[in-house]
Design a protein around this ligand. Structure first.
Ligand code: PLP
Length: 436
């Protein structure tokens, strides 16, 4: 690091952004000049490790195979009227996704531009495919910000306030967040009450099960805190879905495409969903969403659902190259191995620092949750923010999640040395944040 953060060349970029861009979710004042793998340089010449970008550019910044595929496609055609006519790579990516996704059933794909749009398509498919109108989602879930997807989102009030009314018929249940069980139970003895409550109470007192079209679930919650539910929870929810003819939708927009060490996060739970939604990492940073669904749910008529840019040729070329790179470079293995050693490193820090209340996550989708003390578990939000700021000043870019957690989602090409360096910076930042 050669300047303070923000540096003199970054500051005007931040200022212009604040002046002219709609208020969004921006955090650390960092402006990128170029990026490769998990490293990038900011406009002031500071070099960083990026432990945030893996959830989108899963193969790392500017993976050479992805860049080449984009360049080659850009030479051929940038856009062709995909909704109305044909080009080969749209069918090819859909075919590959159907073959790769869990389950031997026939599948089809709706291609879109974002995670929210993938969820919107799933809302329509499940409504029209079941002729039912209600949905179940979970507290802590993030499914996007368009009105349909937002109705399913239950992560933070700020995301919903002032936008009511939402889509009617969405009921949120507490998620299996065992570190902070909403029912005050212990995983060893709870019998997965947080799943069975759906059948035993909600379907008896509140919602007719036969009116529920779908349950939407993130196999590992993202924005809500990188919460991994027990396998028994996910399986119990799916069993209830099967019993009542309810569709199970896995929103893998954040957890999918390799980050958890499996191509699809739901594979960790031995559950075959009826629909899988993808976004973010699927095209290594280009806008692409995909809704992979049982063929029998397909829209019965031309014109019921479509869009302009979904499956645009540049993003699709990037997605095909992404799949190839993940396979050829054994990135899933890397996510598993590097993820395991990263998690061990975080657990060592937990042994050293009282405020690390919980270490969790699958593969390279990891988090620590900071608390004032381990007994009360009061979220240490200020300390969490301080740690992120200190890491940023020292060249490690991080993002928060949940109430007081920090997420670590480096690209799945990250090396052992990069993880060790990241852990060292994190260690110093927690130590110093505890002094203030
Ligand atoms: C699980 C999940 N679903 C959906 C979305 C929405 O995706 P997008 O921002 O591309 O609309 C996100 C974004 O963070 C997400 O994490």
């Amino acid at each position: 690091m050669i300047t303070p953060v923000p540096g003199p060349l970054t500051q005007p970029i931040v200022d212009r952004d604040v002046r002219y861009l709609a208020t969004g979710t921006k955090g650390s004042p960092v402006a990128v000049k170029w990026g490769r793998g998990v490293r990038f340089e900011d406009v002031d010449g500071n070099l960083y490790l990026d432990f945030t970008n893996g959830m989108v550019a899963g193969t790392g910044h500017c993976h050479p195979k992805v860049v080449k595929a984009i360049q080659e496609q850009a030479e051929k055609f940038l856009f062709f009227n995909g909704p109305d006519f044909y080009y080969e790579i749209q069918g090819l990516i859909a075919e590959q996704l159907c073959q790769l996704a869990p389950g031997a059933h026939d599948k089809k794909v709706f291609l879109s531009n974002s995670g929210a749009e993938a969820n919107e398509a799933a809302i329509k498919l499940t409504r029209s495919g079941t002729n039912r109108k209600q949905f179940i989602a979970f507290l802590g879930a993030f499914h996007g910000r368009t009105m349909g997807a937002l109705s399913l989102t239950g992560s933070k009030v700020v995301q919903r306030e002032s936008f009511f009314p939402m889509l009617p018929g969405v009921t949120h249940l507490p998620f299996a967040y065992c570190y902070r069980c909403a029912y005050g139970m212990k995983e060893e003895t709870c019998g997965m009450w947080c799943a069975h409550i759906l059948e035993d109470l909600y379907f008896q007192r509140l919602i007719p099960a036969e009116e529920v079209a779908a349950v939407f679930m993130e196999p590992q919650q993202g924005e809500g805190g990188y919460v991994v539910p027990p396998k028994a929870f996910v399986q119990a929810i799916q069993a209830i879905c099967r019993k009542y003819g309810i569709l199970f939708v896995a929103d893998e927009v954040q957890a999918g495409f390799g980050k958890t060490g499996r191509l699809f996060a739901i594979e960790h739970f031995d559950v075959v969903p009826d629909i899988i939604n993808l976004g973010k990492a699927i095209a290594s940073g280009l806008p692409l969403g995909a809704t992979i669904f049982r063929s029998e749910l397909d829209f019965p008529k031309q014109g019921r659902h479509s869009n302009t840019y979904g499956g645009n040729p540049i993003a699709v070329a990037a997605a095909l190259a992404t799949i190839e790179a993940i396979k050829e470079e054994k990135m899933l293995e890397n996510a598993r191995e590097r993820g395991a050693s990263f998690k061990e490193g975080l657990q060592r820090l937990q042994g050293e620092f009282e405020p690390i209340g919980d270490v969790r996550g699958l593969g390279l989708m990891l988090a620590i949750e900071l608390v004032l003390d381990r007994e009360s578990k009061i979220p240490a939000k200020e300390m969490r923010d301080k740690v992120i700021d200190l890491c940023c000043e020292r060249g490690l870019l991080l993002l928060p999640c949940g109430t007081s957690a920090i997420r670590f989602t480096p690209a799945i090409v990250v090396t052992r040395e990069e993880i060790d360096l990241g852990l060292e910076i994190l260690r110093g930042a927690i130590r110093d944040a505890m002094k203030t």
